[in-house]
Write a protein that binds this ligand. Structure first.
Ligand SMILES: [Zn+2]
Length: 62
């Protein structure tokens, strides 16, 4: 499943950073189209949820 920006829905190919967070794998992206920063969480290789960086609030569900 391609990763899409939660703001503009454009596909992002490669994460800038990845790390483990508990039982999740986190993939951090910056959209090349609209510069939205977001983090995609996967669990056991399956998509779990996405968090989007919101100014003044930090990462939250889009
Ligand atoms: Zn975007």
């Amino acid at each position: 499943m391609p990763t899409t920006c939660p703001n503009c829905k454009k596909e992002s190919a490669k994460p800038e950073k990845t790390w483990k967070y508990g039982q999740f794998q986190v993939n951090a992206f910056t959209c090349k189209n609209c510069t939205t920063q977001f983090r995609e969480y996967t669990k056991n290789g399956k998509y779990a949820f996405t968090l989007k960086l919101i100014k003044g609030k930090g990462y939250a569900k889009p």
